[in-house]
Design a protein around this ligand. Structure first.
Ligand code: SF4
Length: 439
């Protein structure tokens, strides 16, 4: 069968993986970033953001493709909340909930939806029917992903692709979908299979590779123990193929490092560590379920620096209940630790996460995403959450180890970025309220 997988705007690893699985099952598969069927009757949309469900071009495409007799399925991160997906895209044949490798092959073989695990679709009465989900299986062996010809042009946060090494996270962060989607138990791939995939990406022209999976160093985590040896071997073998200057390992928890891990990151990667720090307030860290505190953050950053690593931090502002005092604690921590880079986002309530439940219980007038800012940036017409994101961006720049000028251009780009982020989070929050009765 001819199948097109649409991965809007960027080739996600998940879309490539599903493409590889379908190709190995004998189908002729095209992977496209454009919202087009490319001549295929069956289209699978791999959607990873709530924003995709609001996009007019995607809504229009699904409607038209179904009206002309085509089949349309949705998978990816949004499948965790099929009620909203089917509410916004009611013409869909079905939503593949969670890990879709098995389900897509059965769908492509045109088996009855009732016989396929982990599907959600609208019944004749307009009510949502869900088939029971299968117990998630192991990750190896599996076929090579479908790597597009133009992979060399991809640049997703500095990498051509984020290779999946494991699924799941032991963390309990209230804003994060990873443990809810993949579970708390870590399931890892074999090193040989990951290495074979690295070769395949290199041969197809991928320039820079990164590791995905929540926290990189949880690769082959077993019995409550980090497997240093496996993680170090993974980095060493990836670097052997790609060169250390082309390997990065983002997203490590501050409590998932060790001297040996940091040495390996220094030796086999570009030499950066990316920590999800989120806040400088212990109260907010606790509310976020981060399972870490600011003392651990200080110690981890200090240890990284002793190993000669650059340290980037990601931060979340506008979490419900975040006070000015909490925010100031974040500003202070950023000034004290002088991060080499910082990524700031406004707390987005991904449906079915504990944060989403909290946002639903928080009156809008108390939610920083809606509260008008009345402080120093009042004239800019920002919400409190946007103003905090803006201030933290500039503050982080000011305290970077290397001096950076905040030109008019940088100022304008930060302002635009926080306005866009604020707007996206507002839209996601509105969607959440619209479907609150179904969640
Ligand atoms: S540690 Fe990272 S991946 Fe794990 S739950 Fe927290 S944010 Fe998500």
């Amino acid at each position: 069968m001819q199948i097109t997988i649409i991965s809007p705007d960027m080739y996600t690893y998940g879309a490539m993986l599903i493409g590889g699985v379908l190709r190995a099952a004998g189908h002729q598969v095209t992977l496209s970033k454009k919202i087009e069927a490319q001549g295929a009757k069956t289209v699978m949309l791999s959607l990873f953001s709530t924003q995709h469900l609001l996009r007019k071009d995607i809504k229009e495409f699904v409607k038209q493709h179904r009206n002309t007799g085509g089949n349309c399925y949705v998978g990816g991160a949004v499948s965790a909340y099929p009620e909203i997906v089917l509410g916004e895209l009611p013409e869909l044949n079905a939503v593949c909930i969670g890990e879709g490798e098995e389900a897509v092959c059965k769908l492509a073989a045109e088996e009855s939806p009732l016989n396929i695990s982990g599907l959600a679709f609208l019944g004749e009465d307009g009510k949502i029917l869900c088939t029971p989900r299968a117990f998630p299986g192991g990750l190896s062996p599996r076929p090579l992903p479908l790597i597009p010809k133009d992979i060399s042009k991809e640049n997703i946060r500095g990498a051509s692709v984020y290779i999946e090494t494991h699924r799941g996270c032991t963390g309990t962060c209230t804003f994060c979908q990873v443990p809810r989607f993949f579970g708390h138990k870590i399931r890892s791939r074999s090193i040989e299979e990951v290495v074979a995939e690295v070769w395949a990406f290199k041969q197809k022209g991928a320039k820079k590779l990164s590791i995905s999976g929540g926290t990189g160093s949880l690769f082959q985590y077993r019995d409550g123990q980090i497997n240093e040896k496996a993680f170090i071997e993974l980095l060493a073998r990836m670097a052997e193929i790609m060169g250390r200057e082309n390997i990065s390992c983002p997203d490590i928890r501050v409590d998932c490092i060790s001297e040996a891990i940091l040495q390996a990151v220094r030796k086999y990667t570009i030499g950066w560590i990316f920590f999800g720090i989120e806040s400088g307030s212990d109260r907010i860290l606790q509310n976020m379920g981060k399972g870490i505190n600011t003392a651990q953050i200080r110690k981890a950053v200090d240890t990284c620096r002793k190993h000669g690593l650059k340290v980037a931090g990601s931060f979340i502002v506008g979490y419900p209940g975040e006070t000015q005092k909490d925010f100031e604690a974040t500003l202070d921590l950023v000034a004290e630790l002088s991060f080499d880079d910082a990524f700031i986002s406004i707390a987005e309530p991904i449906p079915k996460t504990p944060l989403a439940n909290l946002v639903l219980k928080t009156p809008k007038e108390n939610n920083p995403v809606y509260m008008p800012h009345s402080g120093p940036y009042k004239k800019l017409g920002l919400s409190e959450a946007e103003a905090r994101a803006f201030e933290l961006l500039m503050h982080a720049d000011m305290f970077k180890p290397e001096l950076r000028m905040i030109s008019d251009e940088v100022f304008a780009s930060y302002l635009e970025a926080v306005r866009q982020d604020g707007e996206n989070v507002k839209q996601a929050t509105e969607l959440l309220f619209k479907y609150r009765h179904t969640l």
